[in-house]
Design a protein around this ligand. Structure first.
Ligand code: C2E
Ligand code: MG
Ligand code: MG
Length: 560
């Protein structure tokens, strides 16, 4: 009778445990309670060890699986089970207080019960481990991108996604933080910062690690401003004893999911966040950018440009336009700058539309070499035709600086076209980082050694410094048009600055070229400041080659 009821209890137990999501702390599991009552068990506790090492160090996790309350734990039944991968569970079973000792049959049945528990508990442990591996970042023990994606998918399915804001953040200068306070403290700071953001974001907020110092955030829209504020700068303690703190902030790409453009998949959200964070990083005024439809359109345009570029280059759709540089002493042509135009199906596209896109990758380098090659072909032809060829400056993107063989590439192109080096000038923008500074010095010295001129483009934009310029072998300083006064009377300060900059440049042996001269008055002011060469719409716009060739003859720029 008792045998058949034990069988029924165990069958019921198996069915019940099978249906449970987690059997590790099966509180109020009626099937387990039934078995324990039947076997006069007062308490079952379990200790889990994840590895042989945690077992050796006695660092396990303890759970009470069943507790009747009145127990006698003087001589418990202990069952220790080890899995093939070295995890271990120890069960401790105590009888109910003041009961007769267990019979042999009862002990056998307790053994059966524990072995079954072991199977179910082991499976639960595996599921938890699997869940952690799938949805947690292993270094930081916070959610990972899988979890972020899954949460978004759930919100989309429940039609609730439009109540949320998603963010992509990149911690600022985090490698410097690691250097400053050490890697371990760096990790503490990162965890502290993320915990703070999650707390500010409220109960529905999740912060997931994308990788490195990049994270994704999802929070309710009404919390957006609070989270943004915390991201703009939060002091995080990394040493509890000394209360040492460090200020952490982040670049943020924000997507307030308003549903204007439908969100069908988590990838939709991630794509829009990537666009927003790229915009945030490219900005100078703010460290954040809110995603909008315009950005999506621009991104499409940029993808189109990147995809069309290879065939456009092969089909020679890029044209060289030449903008004359004019001497203010003789009003004759003194040189020219080669500027790129894209002739796409008869429509001319200006460089501001495609150069920044090409500069995201290395395509810009292919274009620059193409331009140099075409300029050299023109110069060679002019020389062969007996025209009055002038020195032409060619723009080179800073992207080239990582190319160790850059100098060789440039010289090869010029020599292949049999052009004397003095006809070529290379324009590069200034640099501010030390690494680039070294690369720049190497390239510039090499160019000068082979007789090719070098010029600093856009001087005056950003943090220009004449000291920095002095330490590099430049020949020419191209003053950006933002330095030019509109008119002497209205713009006294600029007028004075211009004079001093040109004066100093002349003193350290740099030739000055003023860019963007649009009026006669500006031309006069530049001349007065002792800058001898000007380039600008006042004299000529960038011209197609055939028009430019008319300037190579003895063209007089003096205007009535
Ligand atoms: P940049 O090298 O500083 O070239 C001067 C820009 O100023 C040119 O714009 C020119 O058309 C414009 N400009 C000249 N005079 C005036 C003026 O009086 N007023 C005004 N408002 N603008 C004037 P563009 O041709 O649109 O080129 C823009 C930039 O694109 C160039 O600036 C250069 O940084 C880049 N770029 C052009 N061609 C190439 C190229 O082949 N390779 C690389 N890497 N960059 C290029
Ligand atoms: Mg230039
Ligand atoms: Mg310029």
């Amino acid at each position: 009778m008792r045998g058949s009821s034990f069988r029924r209890i165990i069958q019921n137990f198996i069915v019940n445990m099978e249906a449970m999501e987690s059997t590790i702390s099966p509180k109020a599991n009626s099937a387990l309670t039934e078995a324990c009552v039947f076997l006069r068990i007062g308490r079952i506790s379990a200790e889990f060890f994840d590895s042989p090492r945690s077992y050796e160090m006695k660092k396990g996790e303890s759970y009470i699986l069943y507790d009747f309350g009145e127990v006698n734990c003087d001589s418990p039944v202990i069952l220790e089970k080890e899995t093939k991968i070295g995890t271990r569970i120890i069960y401790t079973v105590c009888p109910v207080l003041d009961e007769e000792p267990w019979s042999e049959e009862e002990l056998d049945r307790i053994d059966v019960l524990l072995k079954l528990l072991f199977v179910f508990n082991g499976r639960s442990k595996l599921q938890i481990a699997n869940y952690r591996l799938t949805f947690y970042d292993q270094d930081m023990q916070i959610y990972n991108l899988n979890f972020f994606f899954r949460t978004i998918a759930e919100l989309i399915a429940r039609n609730e996604i439009t109540q949320f804001t998603a963010m992509y953040i990149n911690l600022k200068r985090f490698s410097a933080v690691n250097l400053q306070i050490g890697r371990n403290n760096g990790n503490t700071v990162m965890r502290g910062f993320i915990a703070h953001i999650a707390a500010v974001g409220g109960p529905d907020c999740i912060v997931a690690r994308i990788g490195g110092d990049n994270f994704a955030i999802l929070c309710r829209q009404e919390r957006t401003n609070d989270v943004m504020e915390a991201l703009a700068g939060t002091a995080v303690t990394y040493d509890e004893s000394s209360h040492d703190r460090i200020l952490i902030s982040a670049y943020v790409g924000v997507y307030v999911i308003d549903g204007k453009i439908p969100v069908k998949t988590p990838e939709n959200v991630m794509d829009r966040l990537s666009i927003a964070i790229a915009a945030a990083k490219a900005r100078t005024k703010h460290d954040y950018a809110y995603f909008n439809e315009e950005m999506l359109e621009k991104n499409k345009q940029q993808l189109l440009i990147s995809s069309m570029f290879p065939s456009a280059l092969e089909n020679e759709e890029f044209l060289v336009y030449y903008q004359p540089k004019v001497s203010v002493d003789t009003y004759r042509i003194a040189g020219a700058e080669a500027l790129c135009r894209w002739d796409h199906d008869g429509k001319l596209i200006s460089p501001s539309e495609f150069i920044p896109v090409l500069e995201r990758g290395m395509d810009i380098c292919k274009l620059d070499f193409y331009m140099l090659d075409h300029v050299c072909r023109d110069i060679r032809r002019w020389l062969d035709e007996g025209r009055n060829a002038v020195k032409v400056s060619v723009n080179l993107s800073r992207r080239h600086l990582s190319d160790m063989d850059l100098l060789q590439h440039i010289v090869e192109i010029i020599d292949k076209n049999d052009v004397p080096h003095e006809y070529i000038e290379i324009e590069l923008t200034e640099t501010t980082t030390d690494v680039e500074f070294k690369d720049l010095r190497r390239v510039l010295s090499g160019l000068q050694d082979t007789g090719i001129s070098t010029s600093v483009d856009d001087f005056g934009v950003g943090y220009s410094s004449l000291t920095l310029i002095k330490d590099l072998p430049w020949n020419v300083l191209k003053l950006d048009r933002s330095l030019l006064p509109e008119a002497a009377v209205h713009d006294m300060q600029k007028h004075i600055m211009l004079k001093y900059i040109v004066g100093m440049a002349n003193d350290i042996g740099l030739q000055c070229v003023a860019e963007g001269v649009e009026t006669m008055e500006q031309a006069e002011l530049v001349k007065e400041a002792k800058c001898r060469i000007v380039q600008g719409f006042y004299f000529d716009k960038p011209l197609p080659v055939n028009e430019f060739e008319t300037r190579l003859a003895d063209y007089d720029y003096r205007k009535e």
